[in-house]
Structure formats: C-alpha cells, structure tokens
Design a protein around this ligand. Structure first.
Ligand code: ATP
Ligand code: MG
Length: 446
C-alpha cells in the first residue's frame, strides 16, 4: 500500500470537503509526518513527537467530516471518540484508556486481515480439499490394484474440476465450525470504570477460549462452507504472536485518535459543579496524550507517538479554557471558516456524496429522474444562509433540513409522479418563502 503525500491527501479530502484548506493542509502534514518519522533510523526517531492538532470552528462546517474522510484514506488504525463520552476514573461512564484499547482492537483487526490475505489462496485450496473430501469421501485404497487406484484418481480429478467450475455450490455438506465466542451473551463487567475494564476484556477472552472453542456440527451450502473453512484455515496459517506484535507496533507508531467535541470538556471561569468532572477528564486524558502505557488485551501500548486530532466548536469555551498542560500537547491550532453561500452551492453539488446526488440516487430507485436547475441550487444556498443568520447558525447541516422541506412532497408521493422532475427556482421559492419569512416557523421547520 502506498502512503499518500500531503498533496494527495488534500486532493482526496477535496472530493468530500469543500473549502477548509488550512485544516486539510494541517491534517495532511501531520499524517505524512507519521510516515516520515518511520523512515528515521537513529535515536532521533523517539524524539519526534506527533503534530497533535486542534480544529476549531463553528458547528457544521466540516470538522467531523474531515476526520471521517481522513480515517478512510489513511491505512493507519484510526478511532473517533467523543470527549463527552468519557468520565473521570471512578465515575459512571467510560474511562479514557478505553479509547486506546479500542484502537488496539482496530489495529489488530487490520493486521490480521493483512496477514490473512497473504495466505488466503493457500487457505482456500486447503478449504476446497476439505470440502471435496466431504462431498466425495475418499474410498479405502485397494493397494493391490493399480488400475483401480488410477481410476479413482481420475474420477477424483474430474470431480475436482466440476467443483472448481462451481457445479456443487448449492449442495449441502456438514462441517464443524467453532462456535462464536459468546460475546453477545455474557459480558464481564468490572466495577465501574478504571482498570477493571481491561480486566473485563481479559476475562471475556478467557471465557471465550474456555467455552467458545467448542466445535459445532452444522449443515451449510458449499459456497458458505468455502468461506467459513477458508477463514479457519487462514487462521491456522498465520502466526498469531506476530500479528499481535505488529498490531501493537502499528498502534504505537501510526495510531490516530480523533477526539471530537473537546470544547465540551473545557470549562469556563466558574469552574464548579459539572466542571470539576470535566477537568477530571482532561487530567485523565493528559497522560495518554503525553505518553503513558495502557494495558490492552493484545499487550502493553505506549501512547507517546499516537497522533491526536481534537476538534470543537468552542462556542461557549475557548481553547485557553483547557488545562494548560493539555493545551501544550496540542501545538497546532487550525481554524475552520464558517461557510459562505458559494460554499453551500459547492457542497450541494460537488462532493461524491453530495446531498443532491443522494436524493437523485434514492429517486432513481423509483425510476424517477430528478434534476435541479442552477437557479434552484443558488436559491437553496441563499435561503440556507438566510435562515442560518436569522435563527441559529448550524452550518451545512441547514442544507439537510432545507432540502428535506423542498422535497417532502415528492418523496412522499413517489413513485406516483412524473418520471422526470425538475426543481427550479420558482419551486424552491414556493416551498420556502413563507417559512423563511416567519422566524418562528423556520425555527421549527428548517
Ligand atoms: N466544508 C464542508 N464540505 C462538505 N460538506 C460539509 C462541509 N461542512 C459540513 N458539511 C456537511 O455538513 C455535515 C455536518 O458537518 P460536520 O459533522 O463536519 O460538522 P462539525 O464541523 O463537526 O460540527 P460540530 O461542531 O457541530 O460537530 C456533514 O455531514 C457534511 O455533510
Ligand atoms: Mg462534529
């Protein structure tokens, strides 16, 4: 897999996120620096710390969107967590270390799949041999008769060919499968929070190896058996401890934690009540961001080089309301701009997942061809800006509510409508004008 250069990363992000160039640039550099650090061979490597970033910007302008897209294009283990989900050790809620445990699980999964894919062809051959033996059990060889042996071998090769050609895919065979670990049923809960969560992991694992490794006979179609048995053979072919080691290595050196809603754990001057626990969460976060060791079920993870990208709207608090030590650990601040009417036009039409494209795809299922005129799109963008200014600024999220309003009638009546629908400027006005004029109405509807 090729690591993307900063320019390539930005280019990829551009496919989904409009504007916000500074933020894209920063995350691209930070991501590439991980790879650059990996190339450093001497002791200096340990000294090079990640460029932790705080993205600051009003609500609905693309902070979380950048993180989501970044996750998809970096091959690194990536986890997005909400800072508000965590509570101080000892309180009800998740302790901060759980994010590292989750990240490690993700890394382990990635590495395991990589290793499996390397042995997949061999595993598949082994699985197919097992299936063939089930379908046509090998007869006892009659050692004395060479001709007979040859005949059996011939038949078998014929059958193998038919099998490879997919002639038996829907036949049922009985295979033994290891039962799924009972993770859904029993879960060990430690006393709330703290290190016991890790212990819970460990116990769960111990339980599943005690109970879960039991084999169960099951009838399945050949095509399903192939998948199940290939997986099983692949598991036998990979070196588990190597996978574990590599997973730990990946988390420690390439792991990325996206800490969303960090502004919600900053506390303003008053510093009382709920704020005490917020500060507590910050204090718990600090050692993880600074570098400490977290015990996971795959082993100990050093967090020093994990990249943290935090984001928050900071509407009620400021980055300077975070405890100073934590601020110091996020040296890079990028501000995201609020979005203009022009940005809205772009957001409606340009991204691969643009809202208008989504609606078009939905209606295509009804064989309806939906188009928007340029004028309509311009007006939608203008009206969205207007409502954002008059009521509350929720950024691009406004486009969702506005479009829902415009298309409500159509979405309800489809498929019993014309097969070709064009939304023009006039239609947009007639759906929105009355509501936009009435501030109270827009508060509720848009
Ligand atoms: N710059 C943008 N380009 C494309 N789409 C955007 C952009 N900004 C926002 N959106 C759209 O708006 C939605 C909300 O954006 P996002 O979740 O990134 O907001 P946010 O900045 O994280 O806000 P909050 O502070 O409330 O969490 C996204 O799902 C996306 O569809
Ligand atoms: Mg967000």
């Amino acid at each position: 897999m090729k690591e993307l250069t900063p320019k390539e990363i930005v280019k990829e992000l551009d496919k989904f996120v409009i504007g916000q160039d500074k933020a894209k640039r920063s995350v691209a550099i930070a991501l590439r620096n991980r790879w650059r650090r990996q190339q450093v061979k001497d002791k200096l490597k340990d000294e090079i710390l990640p460029n932790n970033i705080i993205m600051i910007g009003p609500t609905g302008v693309g902070k979380t969107e950048i993180a989501r897209r970044l996750a998809n294009l970096s091959h690194a283990p990536f986890i997005k967590v909400e800072a508000t989900k965590f509570t101080e050790v000892g309180y009800v809620g998740r302790d901060v270390e759980s994010m590292i445990r989750d990240l490690t699980r993700i890394a382990h999964h990635i590495v395991e799949q990589e290793y499996e894919s390397r042995v997949w062809d061999d595993a598949k051959n082994m699985a197919e041999d097992r299936i063939l033996n089930k379908l046509f059990p090998v007869p006892e060889p009659e050692t004395s008769n060479e001709q007979e042996k040859e005949r059996i071998e011939k038949t078998r090769n014929k059958l193998r060919k038919m099998f490879k050609d997919g002639k038996f895919e829907d036949k049922y065979i009985e295979i033994e499968v290891s039962q799924q670990p009972p993770s859904s049923g029993i879960s060990v809960m430690g006393p709330i929070g703290g290190d016991m969560e890790g212990a819970g992991d460990f116990l769960n694992d111990a339980m599943s190896s005690l109970m879960g490794k039991k084999k169960k006979k099951q009838k399945t179609k050949v095509k399903d058996a192939r998948r199940i048995l290939t997986q099983e053979e692949a598991q036998k072919l990979i070196d588990k401890s190597e996978v574990n080691q590599e997973a730990l290595n990946r988390v420690e050196n390439n792991g990325i934690v996206f800490l969303d809603e960090i502004d919600k754990i900053a506390s303003d001057e008053s510093g009382r009540g709920a704020d005490v626990s917020r500060q507590g969460v910050q204090r718990d976060l600090l050692p993880i961001v600074e570098g400490s060791t977290v015990n996971t079920k795959h082993g100990m993870v050093k967090t020093e080089h994990i990249l943290f990208i935090a984001a928050g709207s900071f509407s009620k608090t400021k980055p300077s309301d975070l405890i100073p030590e934590l601020q110091g650990r996020f040296p890079i601040r990028v501000e995201l701009n609020s979005l203009s009417t022009n940005d809205f036009v772009q957001i409606l039409t340009h991204p691969q997942n643009a809202l208008i494209k989504q609606y078009q795809a939905l209606l295509k299922a009804e064989k309806i061809d939906l188009t928007f005129t340029k004028g309509a799109i311009q007006t939608i963008a203008e009206k969205s800006t207007e409502v954002n200014t008059k009521t509350e600024n929720i950024g691009a999220r406004r486009l969702h509510t506005v479009l829902t309003q415009i298309l409500d009638h159509l979405m309800f009546n489809a498929p019993d409508v014309d097969k070709k629908i064009t939304i023009n400027d006039k239609k947009v006005h007639s759906s929105l004008d009355k509501i936009v004029l009435d501030e109270d109405l827009s508060r509720y509807i848009l």
